[in-house]
Design a protein around this ligand. Structure first.
Ligand SMILES: Cc1cc2nc3c(=O)[nH]c(=O)nc-3n(C[C@H](O)[C@H](O)[C@H](O)COP(=O)(O)OP(=O)(O)OC[C@H]3O[C@@H](n4cnc5c(N)ncnc54)[C@H](O)[C@@H]3O)c2cc1C
Length: 339
């Protein structure tokens, strides 16, 4: 049987998860990751990594979106339950979402029936956990995927299973058709240029990683405020700046984040800063998981599967959308030969 040669462009959480799934589910696949940035140079590295899809996360329709989320939950949960959960950077995490603005801000229809606990906060929790009193609140348990652990772990797993990793900037997806049978585009915001996609826009985020090992629960509150304990540090956030490409930390944004987080959880006052990080979320109204055929310079028809545009929820949804992308690869290849 002929080997299927696949190029996965991008090595963020989307590219790596897709590449691993391709290896797992297509026996004769020969998979290469081509990327111009790895680990710290990706947006994925900046993410706090909490499994928490927001209402603005959307696929083509409600059913597809919910399936992505359900598939993702079980995928991450399986890793967390396995003997290599900690090695892969996946663990469970519980905490609170509070708001004084709207009850909708503390609800999450995507996961309320999926996660083990999702309940309204009690009167005591609303009034005595934080210095301020809240009108609305929820308590729930979910998962945390620490990308500073998961990305290197996934890269090693991919290589150990026979995958090839190539440091390369890709300027044209069709040009890869000369060497590969199928190209999977997981370039995140890089797809703006690669696909001329003006529906894809950056949403700038800034976080402060602090040393506060005493904090064991997450907190979300109004004004994009969050405190998320990870394996190595606690992430304080955040901000959402639509259309900004600025990768430099802004000291005024940092001051605002610290003030809001310390008001929420005063024990954070004085927590040592480890690092401030900035990332550009690849936001698209609808995440693109789609087939396309293009003609390359050599005249060959090139099969492409696009897989990008996860905005602020790429860590959450990577497995679900990756399984979808792999199904599309199989469909395209089935036109050539049996898998
Ligand atoms: C502050 C912040 C906090 C976040 N917190 C969370 C969270 O708690 N939970 C959650 O689910 N999500 C979170 N996110 C969102 C999440 O980080 C993104 O959705 C996710 O990282 C997108 O992954 P990606 O692989 O598509 O993109 P990236 O991680 O950016 O990877 C893109 C890859 O493509 C490569 N590439 C691009 N162009 C080219 C090219 N032309 N040639 C070769 N390679 C190319 C890049 O080098 C990179 O390797 C957060 C984001 C930010 C900024």
């Amino acid at each position: 049987m002929t080997d299927l040669k696949v190029a996965v462009v991008g090595s963020g959480v989307i590219g790596l998860t897709t590449a691993i799934e391709l290896q797992k589910s297509i026996r004769n696949a020969n998979v290469s990751i081509l990327s111009d940035g790895f680990n710290e140079d990706t947006t994925s590295w900046v993410a706090a990594g909490i499994f928490r899809p927001g209402g603005e996360f959307k696929g083509e329709n409600k059913e597809i979106t919910q399936k992505w989320i359900d598939d993702s939950w079980y995928y991450w949960k399986n890793i967390q339950d396995s003997r290599y959960g900690a090695e892969a950077g996946v663990t469970e995490l519980s905490g609170y979402t509070f708001s004084n603005r709207s009850e909708n801000a503390v609800r999450n229809p995507y996961i309320e029936k999926l996660v083990p606990i999702y309940r309204p906060a009690t009167e005591t929790e609303l009034t005595s956990l934080c210095p301020q009193k809240w009108k609305f609140g929820s308590y729930y348990s979910t998962l945390l995927i620490e990308n500073s652990i998961y990305l290197p772990w996934a890269t090693e797993k991919f290589k150990a299973d026979g995958g090839t990793v190539i440091h390369q900037r890709v300027d044209s997806l069709p040009s890869l058709g000369e060497k590969y049978d199928i190209v999977v585009n997981c370039a995140g915001l890089g797809s703006q240029t690669l696909c001329n996609d003006d529906e894809l826009v950056p949403v700038r985020g800034q976080v402060i990683k602090v040393d506060a090992p005493w904090l064991k629960m997450f907190f979300y509150a109004d004004s994009s405020t969050y405190i998320i304990p990870g394996f190595k540090s606690v992430t304080l956030g955040g901000c959402r700046e639509l259309g900004s490409y600025d990768l430099n930390p802004d000291k005024y944004v940092s001051l605002g984040i610290r003030e809001r987080c310390e008001n929420l959880v005063p024990s954070l006052k004085g927590a040592r800063e480890i690092r401030t990080l900035v990332g550009l979320r690849p936001y698209r109204k609808s995440v693109r998981v789609e087939k396309e055929t293009k003609i390359c310079m050599c005249g060959k028809k090139v099969k492409i599967v696009h897989h990008y545009g996860h905005g602020g929820y790429g860590v959450t949804a990577a497995p679900g959308t990756s399984l979808h992308a792999v199904r599309l690869v199989k469909e395209m290849w089935a036109g050539n030969s049996k898998l």
